[in-house]
Design a protein around this ligand. Structure first.
Ligand code: NAP
Length: 294
């Protein structure tokens, strides 16, 4: 099954899928890409990526099929009604790299099993810039031979791959990591808002944490965007962070766990989304706090 230079099909060339496809092509692997809105995929042609007219056309004859779409429903639609799963070759592997949550990951693995193709659960940690730089962290799980088959793809998009055993575990770890991500962002937003409300320069917050055990690179990155109120272009759109907070709460609820902090974060992200910030970077969560004071 394992090919040194597998042909790779990318379904979804959004913020993450496009740079990932570009890096896989840059590593010398033949790549085809399909995107619902074709114009978004077209710039990849300059990087040697073949643009397909349909999802089935992209996956036909491919050795690895990567899905990098919004959520579990989008992935399920493209793979079933969209005809991609049926068009996959019997030796091809499906690498599901979107963040879909526990229930959808199980559902998608079930679709792959029905069709008889190996399923690798492989969400990623990292955002637009790490995706552009091939510095994502890939969380991978599935049959060992299938994971091996995907290795050239994972090596091209990431700085490391954490191999976690069976499918499902990577999705669970991704939710754990995103619990941290959304919590840090809301926390920074509140610290900066409080600094402003108390007539302090918000950058004093960063001077306070800098270089010590409380410091966090992500806090600086997102906090700077909040201070500048500069939320576009989005690296990680707020609407996707809201989806992820909901996926975390679903998984926690299924496990009998309450997460009051994530509940509060979800409410804030919902508020910012309602106020029109959904397509902006998740740093725009700050706007929900700032707007409430105005
Ligand atoms: N951005 C990040 O920082 C980040 C980091 C780690 C993981 N992720 C996860 O990676 C996945 C992709 O994220 P992204 O940032 O690349 O999102 P994005 O820029 O919003 O791209 C989403 C992609 O899904 C497609 N899509 C949505 N609904 C569809 C449907 N019903 N049928 C067909 N295609 C559909 C979009 O097509 P159109 O172009 O036609 O709309 C686009 O290609 C998400 O699960 C996200 O949570 C994102």
């Amino acid at each position: 099954m394992a090919e040194a230079r597998p042909t790779v099909a990318f379904l979804g060339t959004g913020i993450m899928g496009a740079p990932m496809a570009r890096n896989v092509a840059g590593a010398g692997l033949p790549v085809r890409a399909w995107n619902r809105t074709r114009e978004k995929a077209e710039p990849l042609a300059e990087h040697g990526v073949e643009i397909a007219d349909s999802a089935p056309a992209a996956v036909e004859g491919a050795d690895v099929v990567v899905t990098m779409l919004t959520d579990g429903d989008a992935v399920g639609n493209v793979m079933t009604e969209g005809g991609a799963l049926a068009a996959m070759g019997d030796d091809a592997v499906w690498a599901q790299m979107s963040t879909v949550g526990v229930a959808a990951a199980d559902r998608l693995a079930g679709l792959a099993a029905e069709r008889g193709v190996p399923f690798v659960d492989a969400p990623v940690l990292g955002t637009r810039q790490p995706a552009e730089q091939g510095q994502l962290v890939v969380l991978a799980g599935g049959p060992a031979e299938a994971v091996e088959h995907c290795r050239p793809v994972f090596d091209a998009v990431g700085s490391k791959t954490l191999e976690l055993g069976e499918a499902g575990k990577p999705t669970r770890l991704k939710l754990v990591l995103n619990t941290w991500v959304v919590g840090v962002v809301e926390n920074v937003a509140e610290a900066i808002a409080l600094a402003g409300a108390l007539d302090l320069d918000p950058r004093l917050f960063f001077q306070g944490i800098e270089g010590g055990a409380l410091d966090c690179g992500y806090a600086h990155l997102k906090g700077e965007l909040m201070i500048e109120e500069s939320f576009e272009p989005a690296a990680f759109p707020l609407r996707l962070a809201l989806k992820d907070a909901a996926l975390v709460l679903d998984a926690a609820g299924q496990a009998g766990l309450e997460l009051p902090l994530v509940e509060a974060v979800r409410a804030q992200f919902e508020r910012a989304t309602r106020e029109g910030h959904g397509d902006e970077d998740l740093a725009a969560a700050y706007e929900a706090i700032a707007a409430a004071r105005r």
